[in-house]
Design a protein around this ligand. Structure first.
Ligand code: DGY
Length: 316
């Protein structure tokens, strides 16, 4: 039986498979990644399964014991792993593409609706005992019906969101570096400024990393249709938080919904002072069904690599 070290507690069904198939070393870490404990536990094991909360940078990769033949991540995103360092060292990495697309799109839609209909603000008011009764002009939000959703980064999640948005009678446009082969009817807008000008709602689905850092900055915010809504379920690093705060204060951006932050679990203090922002704790893929599927796919990849096969979810 192969030995597998797992950094965090996984859903029961995934744990059951881990216990049945491997000699597991469960670290059950919570909070900050305990690097030394991970490296000590990995000594002599065949494979490791980590999560997006575990930063596997070049220094960690250099110290992963030679016995480890594959690194799995319980995520589709890989910006927490230095893939170049893994490649250089010859350490294969597997991830969990596809299985979390619907759940993440569901959460982007949730954020869109909550931001448009002021749901967080309204619920805070009820809980604080501040509701004095129904009036015609109370807590008016805006409808999404007939509005234009702009998807930045049309991949699997964006496609799932586009299908959902059509159910709300929204028009859907998207901006990618290249036109998608299958955009399921969403209109490709090649020019970034045109794209931003047409967005009533901008939903960001970019991977993290240096190439996309602060993509949504002051200059691009100035190009967005005034009064638009911004939603981000990709990676927090793609937004310049100071620029977004200023735009939410000025009304250039009417409302925002964020599930991801640059330095999780820290949330920029200025966001907490604003009523027109919905803040969620990176729960895009957090449904039981999805998290089980993610665990199974990561284990499929690890199994395949250990058996000498090349799985489709191998990223390095
Ligand atoms: C991922 O898989 O990259 C997600 O961000 C975790 O929900």
């Amino acid at each position: 039986m192969n030995h597998l070290v797992v950094t965090r507690t996984l859903p029961d069904a995934v744990m059951a498979r881990v216990s049945a198939q491997y000699k597991p070393i469960m670290l059950n870490q919570n909070g900050a990644f305990a690097i030394e404990a991970f490296l000590a536990a990995a000594d002599g094991v065949d494979a490791a399964l980590v999560t997006p909360a575990d930063r596997i940078d070049a220094a960690v990769i250099a110290r992963i014991p030679a016995s480890v033949r594959v690194l799995g991540t319980f995520s589709v995103g890989t910006d927490h792993i230095d893939l170049e360092a893994a490649r250089a060292r010859g350490l294969p990495v597997v991830n969990t593409p596809g299985v979390l697309s619907f759940a993440t799109a569901e959460l982007a839609l949730t954020l869109m609706l909550m931001a448009a209909r002021r749901a967080s603000e309204a619920e805070r008011l009820v809980r604080a005992g501040g509701w004095s009764g129904w009036t015609p002009d109370f807590m008016m939000g805006r409808t999404l019906e007939g509005k234009t959703l702009g998807i930045l980064g049309l991949g699997r999640i964006g496609l799932a969101l586009a299908a959902m948005a059509r159910g709300l009678s929204m028009g859907v446009i998207y901006h990618n570096r290249r036109e998608a082969e299958n955009a399921a009817g969403a209109e490709f807008i090649i020019d970034e400024a045109d794209f931003l000008r047409r967005c009533d709602v901008l939903s960001i689905h970019l991977p993290g990393g240096e190439a996309t850092r602060h993509w949504l900055n002051q200059a691009r915010i100035a190009m967005i249709k005034p009064g638009a809504i911004v939603v981000n379920t990709g990676r927090g690093s793609t937004i310049d938080d100071a620029a977004l705060v200023a735009a939410l204060r000025s009304g250039q951006i009417a409302a925002a919904g964020l599930d991801v932050f640059a330095h999780e679990p820290a949330v920029p203090a200025a966001y907490l002072t604003l009523e027109n922002i919905v803040l969620l704790p990176h729960i895009g893929s957090a449904t039981l069904e999805t998290r089980v599927a993610m665990g199974m796919l990561a284990l499929d990849g690890i199994d395949a690599m250990l058996a000498g096969r090349d799985p489709s979810n191998r990223v390095v």
